[in-house]
Design a binder for this molecule. Structure first.
Ligand code: DX5
Length: 245
């Protein structure tokens, strides 16, 4: 049977709470802006508690940043971390694989309870096959691009994925400054992909969140703006959500 691109209606839905202020880039897409805390910035001595605080604070999903020390200069989590998060929440879990050769790890993250597996286009030579393999495991597939990678690289794969992730910092660490030209890049991606979920990741806070939503982003990953000593997880989530309407 031929592999069919994603059906158009897959991404259009109305969630409870606010509907994002529509920009020309998202007109026609009625969608609640989703906020996804990244546990990279969480207090790992009490990870379960932090995930529960995020869920109770209105998080829509939880992101687990997987780094192998090769694709990015940092080492973080494996499938065991996804399993641990899965044990404390029913929220969707994104496993963002910032690793070389992600095909080696897709099955173990699917088994661990990942709802969405994100792979980097720069790390995958046979991207179409990788995306197919993720979806064959009944897991949603997403592709991520680094700041210097053109949105054009996504044009052919967009019909086959559930989500695209635009890195708005160079991947590898939390707490980095937002890259200023990112809204422009998101706008250009929205032209290529009018109906796909666009996730942004890196330097997202109450100041940068409205910029990316106005450009067409519908999912916001935030690490250090959610998990910090300045305020509670719930208050930080409320501040981000309040900034995007
Ligand atoms: C960085 C990660 C991001 C990071 C975001 O490589 O992919 O998800 O945790 O952290 P902040 O929001 O602090 O930039």
């Amino acid at each position: 049977m031929a592999d069919r691109p994603r059906r158009r209606r897959d991404i259009a839905r109305v969630g409870q709470g606010g509907v994002a202020r529509q920009s020309s880039a998202t007109r026609g897409l009625v969608k609640r802006i989703e906020v996804v805390p990244s546990i990279l910035s969480a207090d790992l001595t009490r990870l379960g508690e932090q995930v529960r605080e995020a869920a109770e604070g209105g998080a829509d999903r939880i992101q687990v940043d997987v780094m192998d020390g090769h694709f990015v200069p940092n080492l973080t989590f494996g499938p065991a971390a996804v399993e641990a998060v899965r044990r404390v929440t029913e929220l969707p879990i994104e496993a963002h694989l910032m690793v070389e050769n992600p095909d080696l790890f897709i099955q173990s993250f699917a088994r661990a309870g990942a709802t969405i597996i994100l792979v980097q286009v720069e790390a995958t030579t046979l991207l179409y096959r990788t995306v197919r393999r993720i979806r064959d495991l009944n897991v949603k597939a997403g592709v991520a691009i680094n700041p210097a990678t053109s949105v054009e690289t996504l044009r052919e794969i967009v019909p086959y994925v559930d989500m695209v992730n635009v890195m708005t910092v160079e991947p590898g660490f939390g707490g980095q400054p937002f890259i200023a030209h990112s809204p422009d890049k998101i706008r250009r991606l929205r032209e290529i992909a009018p109906d796909v979920e666009i996730e942004v990741d890196g330097g997202i806070d109450p100041e940068t969140a409205p910029l990316v939503v106005a450009a067409g982003a519908t999912v916001l990953v935030a690490g250090s703006a959610v998990f910090n000593a300045r305020s509670t997880v719930a208050a930080n989530l409320k501040a981000i959500r309040g900034a995007v309407g």
